[in-house]
Design a binder for this molecule. Structure first.
Ligand code: B1M
Length: 208
């Protein structure tokens, strides 16, 4: 039986095949999905710290991120366990210019688990694309993720585009590592969540 530390190691070294083999083992032996997720997040934190210190570079980060996404795909059905018909739709995406999607995927997964219908536009999403999709599906909220300080202004632009279109009924939640409550207030977004679990509570409050 594999140990969770082996999963951390596999994500760190970008070994997708190992991730693919051992995550189902953990699931089958009833290891809590939160623990499996944590083991992978530990690896991504370490990757982030090494990247910052120039000990590793973009290719290594990308390979680790792919391994993490492989694990997350396997975990998704377990995290998303609700069988009820979702009442509300949330359009989610990483904002224009930003390709980071792991945190956004996690938020999307948690929202699905909380019985929201999630329409995921992926990454590098323009304000107009958010607007078009929110109108098309009749979204109750949009969820914007940004990981770069340079792409935070795209959140502000998206809020502006929604206000100009008169879609005040569609709530806007923002999040991502550089985003803060102060920034949320400054740009006039409706809610901020520091992590995926809080994102669920935040959307619930906004919609209520
Ligand atoms: Co980049 N990257 N990256 N990167 N990357 C960061 C973000 C960085 C902090 C690394 C560093 O310098 N230490 C830095 C940003 C600095 C800054 O702006 N302050 C950075 C940089 C500079 C860059 C490039 C510019 C590097 C370059 O090319 N020179 C480039 C930009 C590309 C682009 O987007 N245009 C780049 C590229 C990449 C990769 C493509 C290689 C890869 C992304 C792969 C992918 O996502 N598919 C990558 C990665 C993986 C990272 C780090 C290492 C890890 C990010 C991650 O996935 N974390 C990151 C360093 C770090 O964060 N430690 C870094 C795990 C994830 C679960 O956490 O996304 O924070 P996170 O999500 C959290 C919360 O933030 C929150 O919930 C999640 C936890 O529960 N959350 C939300 C996220 N979105 C939310 C939305 C919500 C609510 C909560 O509501 C809507």
């Amino acid at each position: 039986m594999a140990e969770l530390t082996e999963l951390t190691e596999a994500v760190l070294s970008g070994k997708r095949k190992i991730v693919k083999d051992i995550v189902p083992e953990f699931i089958d032996t009833n290891v809590a999905p939160e623990k499996i997720l944590d083991a992978m997040l530990v690896a991504m934190n370490e990757i982030g710290a090494k990247f910052k210190k120039n000990e590793i570079f973009v290719p290594e980060v990308l390979i680790a991120a792919r391994a993490m996404n492989t694990g997350m795909e396997l975990l998704e059905p377990i995290l998303v366990s609700s069988g009820l018909k979702p009442e509300h739709k949330v359009v989610i995406g990483t904002v224009k210019g930003d390709l980071h999607d792991i945190g956004k995927n996690l938020v999307g997964m948690m929202l699905k688990g909380a019985n929201f219908e999630v329409v995921d536009l992926g990454s590098d999403v323009t304000p107009e694309a958010f607007l078009e999709k929110a109108k098309e599906v009749g979204a109750s909220a949009i969820a914007l993720s940004a990981l770069l300080t340079t792409t935070m202004p795209a959140m502000s632009e998206t809020v502006r585009v929604f206000k100009e279109a008169g879609l005040d009924n569609v709530k806007v939640m923002v999040g991502g590592a550089p985003v803060t409550q102060a920034f949320c207030d400054e740009i006039g977004a409706d809610g901020y969540a520091p992590d995926a679990a809080t994102a669920v509570d935040c959307i619930k409050e906004l919609i209520a």
